[in-house]
Structures are given as C-alpha cells and as structure tokens.
Design a protein around this ligand. Structure first.
Ligand code: ZN
Length: 96
C-alpha cells in the first residue's frame, strides 16, 4: 500500500528474509501487478476486456465471467501464492 513508506516496507521485507533464513525457509518477492484485479478462479482481469476495474472500496466482488464470489484480500492472497509457485495463467483454461 502507498500508506506504507518504502523505507518501512523494505525494512519489513528484510526482517522476513532474515527470519526465513533462520528457519531454513525460502523467501521470495513477486511483482504485485494484477494480484488484486485478477479472479483467481478463471484468470479474468478486472479493468480489461470491458470488465469494470475494482476500486479500493470494493472489499467483496463477484467475477462477471465465472460468477465466483471473492473477498478482495483473500483473492489477492491466492493470486500472490500462484505467482510465487509459478502457476499463474492468464487467462486460465475455461472452467466448466
Ligand atoms: Zn472468474
């Protein structure tokens, strides 16, 4: 978030990296692009192809393509995980 200063954020990431190393865990960062706007179920990206872009006040939303109901932060967390695991696809194979 822009509310978090870059310096504060960098310090926080350094702390996470330190802790990960301490416990023999892998620490990676990802490009946050589209992590909020993408439906993790079908891969549709809001704000593209005529889909209304989500605003900050949209805490919950329903995907216009696959009708999946999303809690904004939960959906973003799944997208971040997919990016980290390398399983991110745009768009995903058509779901039934
Ligand atoms: Zn969808």
């Amino acid at each position: 978030s822009q509310a978090i200063s870059d310096v504060g954020w960098r310090r926080f990431l350094n702390m996470l990296a330190y802790k990960a190393k301490l416990y023999d865990k892998e620490f990676i960062t990802i490009d946050p692009k589209y992590t909020t706007q993408r439906c993790h179920q079908c891969g549709t990206i809001m704000g593209q192809n005529g889909c209304r872009k989500l605003k900050l006040k949209d805490r919950e939303w329903t995907c216009p393509m696959c009708q999946t109901y999303h809690i904004r932060d939960w959906n973003a967390a799944v997208n971040i995980l997919e990016k980290g695991l390398g399983s991110w696809q745009n768009p995903k194979k058509q779901v039934a």
